[in-house]
Design a protein around this ligand. Structure first.
Ligand code: GLU
Ligand code: MG
Length: 467
């Protein structure tokens, strides 16, 4: 059986007693767990950690387990002295036995340095923004939609793992999907047994591309779920001889992989459209979005360029966010800074009581993307910004000059432009904190320079014998 919530998990940290550790350890032992996978997420959104024997459970949850700080991307920690150690401190409510790795339970860790929450740990960054919402009595719920490719390595690159997956317009293809049914079932089943509410899986619009959806949750849990999804998918794909990839745009002529965020603010008190006695602050009986929802949206549009650096953080991201067509007729990627009711051609698609932020791609760090989203939205609320008229047009067939005539801006078209925008955006940088924004900007500039200095096959083909 999967591990449900443990009694101890519900207790505030101060009330966790040696006895509750013992009972958790006993339950894990009874379920065959011998080791804990102490996992945190680096600045790039990649899972990191170490294996810890189960008898170290209490240490992991109290002091944490140590890592050499400078070995982790984005910490900016020193090589020597008391601030050289990064501690991953296990969060007791996240312990889950992994069905695809028998004997091992995953524990999500928060970063600590010198006994204090580490400001540049992406999960701590998100917690800081959630605390700003909590000051207003709000919580954020997010539903994160991962799109991904199943690939196989070839002599000179990667192809879709399924060689028969070749339809011109493969969205919702029911011939390819069943061919991957074993992998997809193991993935959905494993995640369900870890407490994710998986509700659908489909073939997306590119060869070898799929999407698996699990229900929304509070924003921290959703980000933890997304990381668990990636852990599971990487391991299972490897077991099936495939490569699981959340690279944003593996094939130039096909749609890329987005990681859209559905987001809504909730207020624990009050009446209205209720879920677990909470009221959706974005909901309004008379229109799709409340005034607060519109202001939040305006903030997301206002900070769209800087948000891009966090939500579309690789060189490759900007091959997805381009303006234009793919072989299937549309990339569905949102390059236009606009919002509209059920409008998937705009950056923010508005729905009843929630927004879908369509910019993030599959390479984004889910903690940082959520934190940046909150900071942008709260700025919109603080300044009572108006998002302007809703856009009901299909923006995709319009030319760039027609888009501009409507006063609609286009997102940065390269990582370099996006990082410039982040550097110039104090609101988003403040949300990330000094260390993380400095490290993020430094790493992303180096990534851009590395890309720019590389001589690609395209360049050779185009220029080698031309001049
Ligand atoms: N793959 C598209 C993207 O990159 C999204 C397709 C969809 O809306 O499901 O954003
Ligand atoms: Mg999709």
């Amino acid at each position: 059986m999967p591990f449900g919530p443990f009694e101890a998990m519900k207790a505030p940290a101060a009330e966790i007693t040696p006895a509750s550790f013992q009972s958790l350890r006993d339950r894990l032992t009874a379920d065959g767990v011998h080791s804990l996978l102490a996992q945190f997420t680096d600045v790039h959104g990649v899972a990191r950690g170490k294996l810890v024997p189960l008898n170290q459970l209490e240490l992991l949850m109290t002091e944490g387990v140590g890592f050499a700080g400078p070995s982790i991307w984005g910490t900016g920690l020193a090589r020597t002295g008391p601030r050289a150690e990064y501690y991953g401190r296990g969060q007791i409510d996240t312990v889950r036995a992994l069905p695809w790795m028998p004997g091992i339970a995953r524990v999500v860790c928060d970063g600590y340095v010198a006994g204090e929450p580490f400001d540049a740990c992406p999960r701590q960054v998100l917690k800081r923004q959630l605390a700003r919402l909590a000051e207003r009595g709000w919580t954020l719920r997010t539903g994160i939609e991962p799109e991904f490719f199943l690939l196989r390595r070839t002599a000179d690159g990667y192809d879709p793992a399924d060689p028969h997956d070749r339809l011109d317009k493969p969205s919702y293809d029911l011939k390819s999907l069943p061919r991957q049914r074993e992998f997809l079932h193991q993935l959905a089943d494993g995640l369900t047994r870890c407490g994710l509410d998986v509700f659908q899986i489909d073939h997306e619009d590119a060869h070898g591309q799929y999407e698996l959806n699990f229900h929304h949750a509070d924003a921290l849990t959703s980000a933890d779920h997304l990381m668990l999804f990636k852990l599971a998918a990487h391991t299972l794909a490897e077991q099936h001889g495939m490569v699981f990839s959340m690279m944003p745009k593996p094939f130039a002529n096909q749609p890329g992989s987005g990681m859209h965020f559905h987001a809504s603010l909730w207020n624990a008190a009050g009446a209205g459209r209720t879920t677990l006695n909470a009221r959706c602050v974005f909901d309004d009986a008379s229109q799709d979005l409340s005034v607060i929802g519109r202001q939040f949206t305006a903030g997301v549009l206002q900070h769209a360029d800087a948000l891009c650096a966090i939500a579309a953080p690789t060189v490759n991201s900007y091959k997805r966010l381009t303006v234009g067509e793919s072989i299937t007729g549309t990339t569905w990627a949102p390059a236009y800074v606009a919002h509209g009711p059920n409008n998937r051609t705009a950056l923010v698609r508005t729905l009843k009581g929630r927004i879908e932020w369509r910019v993030p791609d599959a390479s984004a760090n889910p903690y940082l993307a959520t934190a940046a989203l909150i900071a942008a939205g709260l700025d919109g609320i603080a300044r009572q910004l108006d998002p302007g008229p809703a856009c009901t047009d299909d923006l995709f067939p319009l030319s760039l000059s027609q888009i501009r005539e409507r006063g609609i801006a286009v997102l940065p078209q390269s990582l370099s432009e996006a990082v410039d925008a982040l550097e110039g955006d104090e609101v988003i940088r403040a949300a990330l904190g000094d260390t993380l924004s400095r490290e993020f900007i430094r790493l992303k500039r180096a990534e851009w320079v590395g890309y720019a200095r590389h001589v690609s096959a395209w360049e050779l083909q185009r220029y080698a014998d031309q001049f």
